[in-house]
Design a protein around this ligand. Structure first.
Ligand code: CTP
Ligand code: CA
Length: 224
């Protein structure tokens, strides 16, 4: 690996990172979540710390561990909690990297008691969650950078370009699940980067560590 080549050029910078899934409660014992492990986000945090940056990590439930004097870890469960933390900490940061797999919807009501089984079918009414990244894109200042992810199963570049624009991003990491060995649970990932100049770069399947390095090398050149 090539960590030895990393310079310390993010010294003095503070970066907000979101990672992991969100859990949206249905009742006291059940929730709606997703397969995100947090690995990609933690690999980014690790690489940022190696470059000398200070990191504020807002993470959903994950087994990932990381300890560093320059790391502040904020644990949340729901999209609303993630939004609250992001709105609080983003203004003091030089930028943000939003890798979390946020649930797009949450149950409209959370039952206070465990829901009992009864009829053969049951429905859970859902309401839309706030878009954390889009909200932060709306308050982003000129000097701040913002990186998002896009997880797609089809038309990845097209959908990615729409998200870059809609969320006011400088860079979007496009994760296509069409690719073998990429995405949830894997230690590898295959990405394309699309920047605000409309330039696309596609990378080989690599370990999430190397993918993190590629993303941050690209970001540093882009924002220099
Ligand atoms: N994101 C977020 N808050 C949400 C949903 C998404 O912060 N409520 C962020 C993710 O962390 C990611 C980016 O937005 O950086 C794109 O997420 P994705 O699920 O790919 O896109 P959506 O905008 O939710 O659109 P869709 O799921 O319909 O493709
Ligand atoms: Ca989504």
């Amino acid at each position: 690996e090539t960590f030895f080549e990393l310079n310390q050029s993010m010294k003095g910078q503070k970066v907000l990172v979101t990672a992991g899934p969100t859990y949206e409660a249905i009742d006291p014992v059940r929730f709606i979540g997703n397969h995100s492990t947090g690995k990609m986000g933690f690999a980014l945090v690790d690489n940022l710390l190696k470059r000398g940056a200070e990191v504020i990590l807002i993470t959903g439930p994950t087994k990932c561990k990381l300890h560093h004097k320059n790391l502040t870890r904020i644990e949340i469960k729901t999209a609303n909690e993630m939004l609250e933390a992001a709105e609080k900490y983003f203004p003091e940061c030089n930028g943000g990297i939003f890798s979390a797999a946020v649930s797009d919807y949450r149950p409209k009501n959370i039952a206070t008691q465990k829901i009992k089984k009864s009829s053969n079918e049951m429905n859970i009414e859902m309401v839309k969650n706030p878009d954390v990244l889009k909200t932060i894109g709306g308050i982003k200042k000129k000097h701040q950078f913002l990186v998002g992810f896009a997880l797609e199963t089809n038309n990845a570049l097209e959908y990615g370009a729409e998200k870059l624009k809609k969320k006011n991003l400088d860079l979007i990491v496009i994760n296509s699940l069409e690719d073998e060995g990429a995405g949830f649970g894997h230690d590898t990932n295959k990405i394309s980067l699309l920047d605000f100049n409309n330039k696309t770069t596609t990378f080989e399947l690599s370990s999430k560590k190397v993918v993190a390095k590629n993303i941050l090398d690209y970001l540093m050149k882009l924002t220099k």
